[in-house]
Design a protein around this ligand. Sequence first.
Ligand code: GTP
Ligand code: MG
Length: 370
Amino acid sequence: PETITVQELANRMSERAVDVTRLLMKQGVMKKITDLVDADTAQLIAEELGHTVRRVAESDVEEGLFDAPESEDALKPRPPVVTIMGHVDHGKTSLLDAIRHTNVVRGEAGGITQHIGAYQVTSPLGGKITFIDTPGHAAFTAMRARGAKSTDIVVLVVAADDGVKPQTAEAVNHARAAGVPIIVAINKIDKPEANIQRVRTDLLQYELQVESLGGETLEVEVSAKEGTNLDKLLEVIQLQAEILELKANPDRPAEGSVIEAKLDRGRGPVATVLVQRGTLRQGDIVVAGSEWGRVRVLVNDQGETVPEAGPSTPVEILGFNGAPEAGDRLAVVENEARAREIAEYRTRQKREQAAARATVRVSGLEEMMS
Ligand code: GTP
Ligand code: MG
């Protein structure tokens, strides 16, 4: 049900909270300023104080922001988005670094060492692949919780010297819940104590049957340390992606997900975003969570300024008024007024939810003490 705290109601009218409680009392309603009143009561009070009331439902504000229907002929092939998951220390970051390094060494100019949340490489078969380096499973879960399917393929890293561990199983469950195919990367095969066969048989417990055991799950034996079979891994990813026939419409306003965001001292709020549909352009007005802005600069994974970014492309956005949160969905809107309306609406929502939680906590405490 739509509710608002007395304090928030007063704030929005720029009235004093005591005046609101007084009026409420006149109506025979006893409320503290942290108490909630329903929408009808709030409207009555507001009108009593001479304000015009415009009731905005979430459906109005958020209407048409995401997932507008798309005609089949507008869809064009797009690169797969791949997330690397696995148990602690099994070599996820090393593998990502090794893949990127090989790719950089293979042809692109300049070696980039700085940490980035996402990047794109070219497989030996010629297709592009986007990798997301999520800090643990948290971001993955957050994105999923917010309704954005951000990953097409999960690469499950299992260290051959350590075998299947709790977080390996967790990653399998995450991928399953999201309906994302898994490619198994058996890592650290350079180690003398590596036991590849044990990894394969252990995975059977989680109903993951790799090809070499007669199953359908693709697998690659790799060593991030020695750079073994990295090209093969990229090929397998591309083959898996081709089966999925991934497509998106590049010719529409962009939609995407925030991978990470921070407040940079020199550059202000910087958000790394994965564009999922449409094309994001310099000058676009964007909203993500309760933040909005005009795209001032777009920076690709090579650190270069680019005029636009299409589907499955990771890109940094400069121009947000504040840093959004990892997992927030991003949308391009038609003008600043709309962006502001959405951002303000969401800010209020957040504040009210926090207030409601605080009220529950306080009354819970009172009960405990009485
Ligand atoms: P978290 O992010 O902490 O979960 O770890 P991670 O999965 O990202 O593992 P990371 O890449 O940090 O590697 C953990 C350790 O394993 C490091 O000391 C790596 O040098 C080592 N390592 C990673 N890959 C290999 C490999 O292929 N062979 C060997 N011998 N060591 C590896
Ligand atoms: Mg790591």
